[in-house]
Design a protein around this ligand. Structure first.
Ligand SMILES: [Zn+2]
Length: 369
């Protein structure tokens, strides 16, 4: 059976935050981080709730890569206040934490009605505002625990580009390339279908049209808004289609060498397009044609797309090679086997159009060095 699932009500535009004034709720629980408090973004959320007469509590202790401990503390506080509305404000971490808090609080007691979950992303990257995944970290065992459940999909996503206006260029670049990787991997995934392809294609177009504009001028609100929409569309696509080995490799580079997720994807993506092109070159040709790049043959289309991604990386100061990511060569080489093992075990590898072997991954990693 082929299916497409999308339940999130998406509100966007300058008055998108007004959606908070139309919610029927007894008690709101805002999940965020300290940075959102100091920038005054939390106050903006509060003022809309005040206008709606909804009391609120702020839980601003979410760290990057939220821990099981943080989520447990948040869930207890949520239950204590008998909240029925959770608002996640921030990048991927607060949204992941809020999803997990809602999930565990609901599981904790039969008396707890599933809260309404609202996600307000402040970066254009993860697409977490429309996906069914949350990742929490068990710091003691040093493992990441992915939770995937339909109930984790937020009920409402509020896309207000003004929250992304102050993102520094390097963050705009890395998160934007994460969007592009989500969209290209969704478009070429084994599980891609007609609906996921529509979202993925639009997201790819938006990144190519608007990412460099947002990178060069953070105040370009037209570019900021389109990147936020592109991020959400890519999320809708990959939530249904899955991803590919660019993500599997990025997870491994993140886990072992702490390379930021978007940056790892940006560096690896051209190498994976080349690797996959034997199997799905035609899909890359389609993307190149959509972008009006030279693509009269599959080979030419693939080469054009690779060059376009590399050019975009170049413009934003993102290197071509893993070797430029401040990783010691000796250290990288000694982890090659473990990385190839991780990549084959990673859930994202299931979506990859070409089935890689252990030695394929080793070769790909060495070429990317
Ligand atoms: Zn990603």
């Amino acid at each position: 059976m082929t299916q497409f699932y999308g339940k999130t009500k998406i509100c966007y535009g300058e008055d998108a935050m007004d959606a908070l004034e139309h919610l029927a709720a007894r008690q709101a629980f805002i999940v965020t981080d300290q940075f959102m408090v100091t920038t005054g973004f939390v106050d903006r959320v509060k003022s809309h709730l005040d206008r709606n007469g909804v009391p609120h509590v702020v839980f601003a202790d979410v760290e990057s890569d939220p821990s099981l401990e943080t989520v447990t503390t948040g869930a207890k506080l949520f239950l204590k206040h008998k909240a029925d509305l959770i608002i996640a404000l921030g990048g991927g971490s607060p949204i992941d934490a809020a999803k997990a808090i809602a999930y565990f609080a609901h599981k904790a007691s039969d008396d707890v009605v599933k809260p309404t979950l609202v996600a307000i992303p402040t970066t254009s990257g993860t697409g977490s505002e429309v996906t069914d995944i949350s990742v929490v970290t068990d710091k003691e065992k040093e493992i990441k625990i992915p939770i995937s459940d339909e109930s984790l999909i937020p009920d409402i996503a509020i896309l207000d580009a003004r929250f992304t206006r102050t993102l520094p260029p390097a963050v705009t670049a890395a998160t934007g390339m994460d969007v592009l990787t989500h969209a290209i991997e969704a478009y070429t995934s084994r599980e891609a279908n007609a609906f996921t392809s529509i979202y993925a294609r639009y997201a790819i177009r938006y990144v190519f049209e608007y990412l460099l504009r947002a990178f060069r001028n953070g105040d370009d609100m037209e570019a900021r808004e389109h990147m936020l929409l592109g991020s959400c569309m890519a999320g809708m696509a990959f939530n249904n289609s899955g991803l590919g080995i660019t993500h599997s490799i990025a997870h491994s580079l993140g886990g072992i060498f702490h390379v930021p997720h978007g940056l790892a994807n940006a560096v690896i993506l051209p190498h994976v397009i080349r690797f996959n092109s034997f199997d799905v070159g035609i899909r890359y040709q389609e993307i190149a044609q959509m972008l009006s790049l030279p693509a009269s043959t599959v080979e030419e289309g693939t080469a054009s797309l690779i060059q376009a991604v590399v050019d975009m990386n170049d413009t934003m100061g993102i290197p071509h090679r893993v070797g430029a990511l401040r990783i010691e060569e000796k250290n990288f080489k000694s982890h090659l086997d473990a990385m190839a093992h991780n990549v084959l075990e990673d859930i994202c590898t299931e979506g990859n159009p070409r089935r890689p072997s252990h030695s394929d991954i080793l070769e790909l990693l060495q070429k990317a060095w």
